[in-house]
Design a protein around this ligand. Structure first.
Ligand SMILES: [Fe+2]
Length: 321
């Protein structure tokens, strides 16, 4: 078999290319929007792409699946769990389904929690063993954490059940997550892979009993990331707002409270925190537009007006600006 992990440092996402060296058939899992890296590798290796699999409808980065499918010759199937709500045609996968790549098998496990349609994939290479040697876990089991349930339709109790199921696999199974850093999990350690045995023993949140796990995961969630509403709508095929995924960090001038107090009369102060944070205390006169919804609600802002952005610590408003 051939296996390659791609790490996107800007958004903390991992994607994967798996292929059979015998039949040269390949699958790509959770492709980023920078599709040329996969196309180049497929060309170099002489692989034929069969499956483009999104483990779930992403809300923090734009999927490259449809762009890549459109650029490929031959039949490429876009695959998602059958419950995924998207507007474009796809092959609906169910728990227990197997996708064949030559001798290899990609076995589907439905592991909801981060999102209801999330799947994990066990990779089986029968020539070496009938047992899976590795799995791709999307945003269910992460390295040192589990995926947040608040990115749209997720559920902490489902996440507990899913992660418990994955951790019942043998110790040796290598774990390759959908994220290695970023806002999807609070406690990720930064390593891009791990094993079932290590996580069962040392992942802090999976040590907790069910009730505490659920309370902890469902409570105290950090603010939803920038533009997730727009990115999710794009990945559903309901909008075309790929620009909403931040990929650069241009300089933004900062001002102090004194300057804020003496601002121009027509200046608009935009508070990009979550509504509950805004309700608990705010700059007088500020209007609330959470960073998560910024791209989809931009038209609510008055045009040609000086904008001053505020958040809690400075990072959110910087990115929103
Ligand atoms: Fe995700």
């Amino acid at each position: 078999m051939y296996f390659k992990q791609f790490l996107d440092e800007r958004v903390g996402c991992a994607s994967y290319l798996i292929a059979s060296r015998q039949t040269h058939e390949a699958a790509i899992v959770d492709p980023s929007i920078e599709t040329e890296q996969y196309a180049a590798l497929l060309r170099e290796r002489g692989f034929t792409l069969r499956y483009l699999i999104d483990t779930h409808v992403h809300a923090d980065h734009v999927s490259g699946a449809r762009k890549l499918a459109a650029s490929m010759p031959g039949d490429v199937e876009i695959c998602l769990h059958e419950s995924a709500r998207v507007t474009y045609p796809f092959r609906g996968l169910r728990d227990g389904d197997e996708l064949a790549l030559g001798q290899l098998r990609l076995r589907v496990l439905h592991t909801p929690g981060h999102r209801p349609e999330l799947i994990s994939l066990l990779i089986v290479n029968p020539e070496r063993s009938p047992e899976p040697s590795m799995m791709l876990t999307g945003d269910s089991l992460l390295v040192g954490d589990v995926g947040r349930p608040d990115f749209g339709g997720g559920d902490a109790a489902d996440q507990y059940a899913s992660v418990t199921r994955l951790l019942a696999l043998p110790d040796w199974v290598a774990v390759f997550p959908g994220h290695f850093e970023g806002p999807g999990g609070k406690g990720m350690c930064g390593r891009p892979s791990t094993t079932v045995g290590f996580e069962r023993r040392f992942n802090p949140i999976v040590q907790l009993v069910r009730e505490v796990f659920v309370t902890q995961l469902a409570g105290e969630v950090p603010a939803r990331p920038l533009n997730i509403t727009a990115i999710e709508a794009t990945n559903r095929g309901e909008a075309d707002l790929a620009w909403a995924m931040l990929t650069t960090s241009p300089p933004v001038p900062e001002i102090g409270t004194e300057e804020l107090a003496n601002r121009a009369e027509d200046a608009v102060v935009l508070d990009v925190r979550e509504p509950a944070e805004y309700d608990a205390g705010r700059v007088p006169g500020a209007i609330n537009l959470p960073q998560a919804d910024l791209a989809t609600r931009l038209e609510e802002l008055p045009p040609h007006t000086p904008l001053l952005l505020v958040c809690q610590g400075g990072y959110g408003s910087l990115r929103a600006a």
